[in-house]
Design a protein around this ligand. Structure first.
Ligand code: ADP
Length: 496
């Protein structure tokens, strides 16, 4: 699998290296510690087994024969014979005869070549050895090497008033040499054996543990790759259980953001396409009418009556006006949609603005025999908003109210202040909006429903909604067919 091949080979190499170093260090320490304690253990064993050797020598060997001290001097012949007998059995021992203060009177060793000029040994370990009856592991001076301490056996003697010690080095020079040769072989065997075993176990354990350690990483790399290859649903499962939770969570969040942004871009793109399709349809209709009437006037210019000419000109004017309005709206809407407009908020009197607008629309209202007036005008309500944008929104709403209200109807603009908010309501007694259409009137161009699309002529309410968005507020519609509609929105009040 490609995922496995590309999985951070450097990391795997580092893990292997760390494992090998660990095994070598642990292995070497183990061999060293084992060797040290093994040596101590065998020394302690030899000392314990031979604890009574010196005592035995005095009790058994010299009891019935002539004493080894004659007139205060060592009976070398006797002593030497006996010692050599013993050493024939155990070549590792070295026997010393000392006086009370530890001065060496006589020694029997196999090889005198390694002798040093040490003439005495410390009696402290000797006394301790005798006091504990050899039960304790004690090291004494090595007469042949002052820097070394050795296991020994010792026993006191008292012959004709002369006191001293029989001091026997148990692991003598001979034993040391043999042991040194053997230990070298032992260590090399142990080293080879341990290394082979370590390599075998390190291989098995290393493989398994590295596999487990990198399992999550492999899964994560696989998920990231799947995402890269286009599977936008790919997410790291159970990030909490992952070894690298932060990475897993960050990746998942990043993937969500990317998918979210893609969706947003798609929907904006979709909206643009729909807008272009619908608007071009809406532009084509008045253009076709314009063209039709102009052509007719050109063809029949001599046969048309003045009244007909007047009527045709009015129709062409109305359609040109519709076109210009639509183009203006489109321009305005695209600027709002592209977020090119930033509201410049300031305190202003919504009551005054409404008065001006009512005055402006009153001519049209009178033409259509509609009663247009302002409610609650006695209060002067101040709001904090972008005056130009609010004026545009109110214009669109009043235009619609007058457009969809039949003669003898009523259009009322009410302003009501509730603490920190000012509620503005544009109510008419017009045609009303069917319930099914109400959810779509603010963003008609987003809708794919062709029945709704066909009715669209302008972007008036879509612009109103964008203006509300820029003021972080919403607009609601309450409408009943044949009874009328109310468009209500709130703006933040400004307290002087
Ligand atoms: P239009 O140019 O078509 O009026 P708008 O965006 O201003 O575009 O309005 C969208 C639609 O909402 C209208 O086509 C109409 O069906 C409905 N509408 C808006 N205002 C009113 C109203 N006051 N009374 C009845 N219907 C309305």
């Amino acid at each position: 699998m490609s995922t496995d091949k590309t999985l951070t080979p450097r990391l795997v190499k580092k893990l292997w290296l760390a494992l090998i170093v660990l095994i070598v260090v642990i292995g070497a320490s183990y061999i060293f510690i084992t060797g040290y304690f093994d040596n101590k253990h065998s020394e302690a064993t030899i000392q314990k087994i031979n604890a009574s050797l010196a005592n035995h020598l005095i009790e058994e060997k010299f009891q019935d024969s002539s004493p080894f001290l004659v007139d205060g001097s060592v009976n070398k012949a006797l002593f030497g014979d006996l010692m050599h007998d013993m050493m024939a059995v155990n070549r590792s021992i070295e026997v010393y005869l000392t006086d009370k203060s530890g001065h060496i009177l006589y020694s029997v060793v196999l090889d005198h070549s390694a002798d040093s000029d040490v003439k005495s040994v410390s009696t402290t370990p000797i006394k301790e050895f005798i006091a504990t009856k050899g039960e304790k592991y004690i090291l004494g001076d090595n007469p042949r090497n002052p820097d070394e301490r050795k296991i020994f056996s010792a026993a006191p003697y008292n012959i004709e008033g002369k006191e001293g010690y029989i001091y026997i080095i148990l692991a003598g020079q001979e034993l040391q040499q043999v042991s040194d040769t053997l230990i070298g072989r032992y260590y090399s065997n142990l080293g080879i054996g341990a290394s082979l075993l370590a390599i075998l176990f390190a291989g098995i354990i290393g493989f398994i543990s590295i596999w487990f350690l990198t399992k999550n990483l492999r899964l994560m790399t696989g998920t990231v790759r799947r995402f890269q290859e286009g599977d936008l649903e790919a997410r790291i499962e159970n990030p909490k259980n992952s070894d690298i939770e932060v990475f897993a969570n960050t990746f998942n969040e990043m993937a969500d953001t990317i998918v979210g942004n893609l969706d947003k871009m798609k929907s904006v793109d979709q909206l643009r396409r729909e807008l272009i399709a619908n608007v071009s349809h809406d532009l084509r209709t008045p253009l076709a009418i314009l063209k039709g009437y102009i052509e007719t006037m050109q063809m029949k210019k001599d046969s048309l009556t003045d009244l007909e000419k007047q009527e045709y000109l009015q129709i062409t004017y109305d359609n040109a006006d519709k076109l210009s309005k639509l183009i203006n709206q489109l321009f305005e809407y695209s600027k709002l949609e592209a977020e090119q407009i930033t509201p410049v908020k300031e305190p202003f009197s919504i009551t005054e603005l409404s008065h001006d607008l009512i005055a402006k629309f009153n001519v049209l209202a009178q033409q259509k025999e509609i009663d247009l007036h302002l409610n609650n005008a006695q209060e002067n309500c101040m709001v904090f908003a972008d005056i130009g944008l609010v004026e545009r929104a109110l214009q669109n709403l009043l235009e619609n109210a007058l457009k969809y209200t039949p003669p003898k109807g009523e259009v009322v603009l009410s302003i009501k202040q509730n603490n920190d908010q000012v509620e503005i309501n544009i109510r008419d007694t017009g045609t009303g909006i069917p319930l099914s259409e109400q959810p779509f009137i603010f963003d008609r161009y987003k809708q794919v429903d062709s029945s709704i699309k066909k009715q669209g002529h302008g972007l008036g309410l879509a612009i109103v909604k964008k203006i509300m968005d820029l003021h972080d507020t919403t607009i609601t519609v309450l409408s009943k067919p044949k009874e009328g509609s109310s468009f209500i929105f709130k703006l933040p009040a400004y307290h002087v």
